[in-house]
Design a binder for this molecule. Structure first.
Ligand code: HPA
Length: 261
């Protein structure tokens, strides 16, 4: 059987990017892409929700080889927190060393409004699930200190500065979804020290750290959290605002890869 690496046809990306809701147009930044539908890749989930394409792009951004995953499966679609495990296992086996996770998120701070991009510095797993539950072996006691790798964070901050973009930084709180949070839950997440809330990313980061991949995370803020200044988030708003912010995300990633050693 063909491995994922065989499907790369001699290309050898070391970095993979998972694109979040409505960030699909970031694939336009991929030069000379080889495009593989997830349906052709065993273990890759075919996304069931709108705003997620379900295709793997292998090409270059900013002159560096990358694997871009346009679409992810979320634990809320099935109840399986480890739904992305087969994908990440195969990426690791194919030579990927670094994972960049992106998402759409709600902001917990009025000073970080829709359109902002937040570099994830840390996370809070509030979903009550962990993708490593049921796995056996000492390797599953994964340290989560500096889960979002400090050197990569510095590189993203430098890339943003060069592009004269504001890059916020903060803590991402994972709620399982798919319902949005209540205003009371948003207040709790603020008290807990969070800066953004969302329904993805954290399980992927945990799996990636288990596999020894370096991780960076970026949230596109599509709305204020429920109840903040009367906010009432919806999937339509997430898609609309995510699409608007995608061009800034493209610019940031392109600069990051151009300057990557
Ligand atoms: N909450 C959870 N997930 C989200 C939000 C939100 O407010 N916005 C975009 N994804």
């Amino acid at each position: 059987m063909n491995t994922l690496k065989d499907r790369f046809l001699g290309r050898s990306p070391k970095v993979a990017i998972i694109l979040g809701s409505a960030l699909g147009s970031v694939v336009e930044a991929v030069q000379d892409p080889l495009i593989i539908p997830y349906a052709e890749l065993s273990g890759f989930p075919v996304p069931k929700i709108s705003g997620h394409a379900g295709k793997l792009y292998i090409g270059k951004i900013g002159g560096k080889e990358v694997a871009v995953l346009a679409g992810r499966a979320h634990p809320y679609e099935s109840g399986n927190a480890a739904v992305m495990r087969p994908v990440l296992d195969q990426l690791k086996a194919a030579g990927i060393e670094t994972l960049i996770v992106t998402n759409a998120a709600g902001s917990l701070k009025t000073s970080m409004g829709p359109g902002s991009i937040m570099l994830i510095t840390d996370h809070i797993n509030y979903a009550g699930m962990n993708p490593l539950i049921g796995q056996h072996g000492d390797e599953n006691f994964v340290p989560m200190t500096d889960a979002y790798e400090p050197t990569l964070r510095k590189q993203f901050l430098a890339a943003a500065k060069k592009e004269k973009m504001t890059l916020k930084q903060g803590i991402y709180v994972w709620f399982s979804g798919p319902s949005f949070e209540t205003p009371a839950e948003i207040k709790m997440a603020q008290v807990f020290g969070g800066h953004a809330v969302g329904m993805s990313t954290v399980p992927e980061t945990i799996i990636a750290r288990r596999l020894g991949l370096k991780v960076a995370g970026l949230s596109v803020i599509t709305n204020l959290g429920a109840g903040i200044k009367g906010a009432n988030p919806s999937h339509a708003e997430t898609k609309r605002e995510g699409e608007k912010a995608a061009s800034n995300m493209k610019r940031l990633l392109t600069r990051f890869f151009k300057d990557m050693k």
